[in-house]
Ligand binder design. Structure first.
Ligand code: PMV
Length: 298
């Protein structure tokens, strides 16, 4: 975005964007989830200013989160903040978490420190709480560590190794609802139907076990199946939309092995698994009007 080249040193920080492979929402309730970095990042630049100011348009929550992170990482909020991101906002790709991590890193640099991934994730969590209420921590942890990560709330992350090449496509169905409200909606269902919700959590945990195994063995077909089953759970929770299902249908009819909501749902992005790189490119073409892009893991 707008950035003057005039006086003042700029400090820079970066945060990864993410897709959730298995486990969004359930991860808020203590189940494990798997997230992976997408090759799109958020970069924050800071320079000293008489008081906090922004080189881009932003709302109240972003201002509040920025203050909290600057205080924690730099002990001052007297900065001009600028941001540049390849991630769509409010689309399930972890824009806010990648902003919070990038900001924490830039602020620490300004204060003459270098943050480890754990510290960056922890400071960013303060911002995520302002954006989302009671986040699980999966987004800010992935935004700091990157890679492919198994996560459980309160336990942190473990990096997973892919035993083969996995070709993913991301397509955007359009703006989703606020994560906070969607998380509250799921919590409401849990309160009304605790036994049914517990059954869904058990099923989700089985999907996570299967996905860890499929990733490790390079079993693309199996991983696709598990993604579809995860989507069925999310659909049952009321998190899918006609546009999401349309994108899934186009992808599956074009040869995808699996496709699911990624992130909070209610709109936002769809994560698709293709059998190979050539098919991934074809799916990107078919979903061109949904801003589709592809990337490889492993
Ligand atoms: O849609 P996003 O990028 O805000 O991802 C939210 C992921 C949830 O599992 C729904 C919430 C959380 O805190 O884990």
């Amino acid at each position: 975005m707008r950035r003057g080249r005039s006086a003042g040193k700029w400090w820079t920080g970066t945060g990864y964007g993410k897709a959730i492979l298995i486990g969004e929402h359930f991860v808020v309730h203590g189940a494990r989830g798997i997230a992976l970095a997408v090759p799109r990042k958020t970069i924050v630049r800071l320079r000293k200013a008489p008081s906090l100011r922004f080189a881009f348009e932003c709302g109240r929550l972003l201002k509040e989160a920025t203050r909290a992170i600057l205080e924690k990482a730099a002990g001052s909020t007297d900065f001009e903040v600028d941001v540049e991101s390849g991630l769509p906002v409010s689309a399930g790709m972890g824009w806010s978490a990648s902003y919070c991590v990038a900001l924490a890193r830039a602020a620490a640099e300004a204060a003459g420190k270098k943050l480890g991934d754990d510290e960056a994730a922890q400071i960013a969590f303060e911002g995520e709480k302002i954006f989302h209420g009671k986040p699980s921590g999966i987004d800010n942890t992935l935004a700091a560590f990157g890679g492919v990560m198994l996560f459980r709330r309160g336990e942190g992350q473990r990096q997973l190794k892919a035993g083969g090449r996995f070709h993913f496509v991301v397509a955007n169905s359009g703006k989703k609802g606020p994560t906070k409200e969607l998380v509250e909606m799921v919590s409401g269902m849990k309160a009304r139907e605790p036994a049914e919700f517990a059954r869904m959590v058990e099923e989700e945990e089985r999907l996570v076990d299967g996905a860890v195994d499929a990733l490790g063995r390079g079993d693309v077909k199996k991983l696709g199946e598990l993604m579809d089953r995860n989507n069925a759970l999310l659909e049952k929770l009321g998190l899918s939309t006609p546009k999401i299902e349309k994108i899934r249908r186009i992808a599956l009819e074009s040869g995808a092995l699996g496709a699911k909501i990624t992130g909070a749902g209610g709109g936002g992005c769809v994560l698709i698994l293709a059998p190979d790189g050539k098919k991934a490119k074809e799916i990107v073409k078919k979903l061109g009007k949904y801003g589709a892009f592809d990337f490889t893991v492993g």
